[in-house]
Design a protein. Structure first.
Length: 89
């Protein structure tokens, strides 16, 4: 599937690739760079269009989504065999 990618970034350790798409849906996805698979629970539909993402250098489970009028923090928490993604207000 083709995606219109607004931004992408790697975690500092290189184990994750974060993509911010703008295609038919606005979505943040996180992939494992070792096997290319989407991390379970790491596909997050977004309420608005964001243009840039910035991964926190000290922790690959925290990032910021940026658009002209707002910055939103996203966190990922490991829960058994999946992740729980949270978009903070």
């Amino acid at each position: 599937a083709e995606l219109e990618v607004a931004d992408l970034a790697f975690s500092r350790c290189g184990s994750r690739l974060y993509t911010l798409s703008l295609a038919t849906s606005r979505r943040l996805c996180v992939y494992c760079t070792e096997n290319g698979q989407l991390l379970k629970g790491c596909s997050l539909d977004l309420p608005a269009r964001f243009d840039k993402l910035a991964v926190f250098p000290a922790h690959k489970d925290q990032l910021a989504l940026v658009r002209n009028s707002a910055v939103r923090i996203v966190t990922f928490k490991k829960s058994f065999e999946t992740y729980i993604a949270k978009l903070h207000p």
